[in-house]
Design a protein around this ligand. Structure first.
Ligand code: SF4
Length: 317
């Protein structure tokens, strides 16, 4: 049940330097209700484009995106608008996503106004309740403040409150804690986890930082140059990564326990230019295990367990 039925694979082509680039290159994954899937990769891996496709902020070149059995790619505007209250997003930069001239309470209330949910009094009370749930108290005081009067962590709490005010079922969090200090980051991750339980949320958690998935993700998909190269449960990926690129990412995660020593694997070179993709396995120019076949053939997906697949010739046999 962890693997998608054979829907058309998701693809997004964009143009760069007057050439087509596969920003998202025939990918497929499933997120189970109530779980969190971490979508991990370096800049340019296609993870943010995937999130925007799932939210239907951009159109796919081809493929299928299903939400509770509803095909999103062909949904008309009105049905999509109604569905918006169930599917919300938390972006990286709270300053960019909050109107500096709108009071915090009004900003959080705005989605209720758009979707015409509740009476005036009910909306006000719902905002106060949400401010308390994200630990912005006294709530009446925070309702009247402006974004500039808040710290970065408090502003991101406002963005989270606004995303959850319509009681969505599915939330895409795109680098939601990336701009915060490490100490504030863990508080925000704790908060997201608490709210997940309270509202029975399902998250797509997009991040370049594998360390943050430790707190929140049930499953992890690793992307590299538009492809998912490994997907599995958090335990499988974290304790026994299979793909050489995943191994390198895991080896770079700082270990808080100084007694635990682990080999640090550093892939050579930079991420290749997506305009000039390498032949065969896209990771071969940087891979310490590359073989002749790796330069010639793109590896197929191989199932390693009921919950895990990897795309690497080391496992093809
Ligand atoms: Fe490395 Fe080859 Fe596996 Fe690619 S297919 S990750 S180059 S071993």
């Amino acid at each position: 049940k962890h693997f998608p039925v054979k829907e058309p694979l998701l693809k997004k082509l964009i143009t760069k330097e007057r050439k087509y680039v596969h920003a998202v290159n025939d990918i497929s994954f499933t997120i189970l209700e109530g779980q969190t899937l971490g979508l991990v990769g370096e800049s340019g891996s296609g993870k943010t484009t995937t999130g925007r496709l799932v939210l239907r902020l951009i159109e796919p070149t081809s493929g299928s995106i299903k939400y509770n059995g509803i095909e999103l790619t062909t949904l008309d505007k009105e049905s999509l608008r109604r569905l918006r209250k169930e599917i919300q997003v938390i972006f990286q930069d709270p300053l960019a996503s909050l109107n500096p001239y709108m009071k915090i309470g009004e900003a959080i209330k705005h989605p209720l106004d758009i979707h015409n949910i509740g009476s005036k009094q009910e909306r006000y009370e719902r905002v106060l309740d949400m401010l308390k749930r994200v630990n912005l108290e006294p709530a009446e005081d925070f309702y009247r403040r402006y974004p500039r009067e808040l710290s970065g962590g408090q502003r991101q709490r406002v963005v989270i409150a606004r995303a959850l005010i319509t009681h969505p079922k599915f939330v895409v969090a795109d680098e939601a804690v990336a701009m915060l200090d490490v100490s504030v980051r863990s508080q925000l991750l704790d908060l997201m986890l608490k709210l997940k339980e309270e509202f029975n949320l399902t998250y797509l958690f997009i991040t370049h930082d594998l360390a943050t998935t430790k707190y929140i993700c049930d499953r992890i998909a690793v992307m590299y140059l538009g492809k998912i190269i490994e997907i599995g449960s958090f335990e499988e990926i974290y304790t026994n990564p299979a793909h050489p690129y995943t191994k390198a990412l895991i080896s770079a995660v700082p270990e808080p326990d100084p007694d635990i020593k682990k080999e640090k694997i550093i892939p050579s070179g930079e991420v290749p230019n997506p305009v000039e993709l390498p032949s065969g396995c896209y990771f071969h120019p940087r891979c310490p295990y590359a073989m002749d076949i790796c330069k010639k053939e793109m590896p197929e997906e191989v199932m390693l367990s009921d919950t895990r697949t990897v795309r690497c010739h080391l496992y093809s046999q």
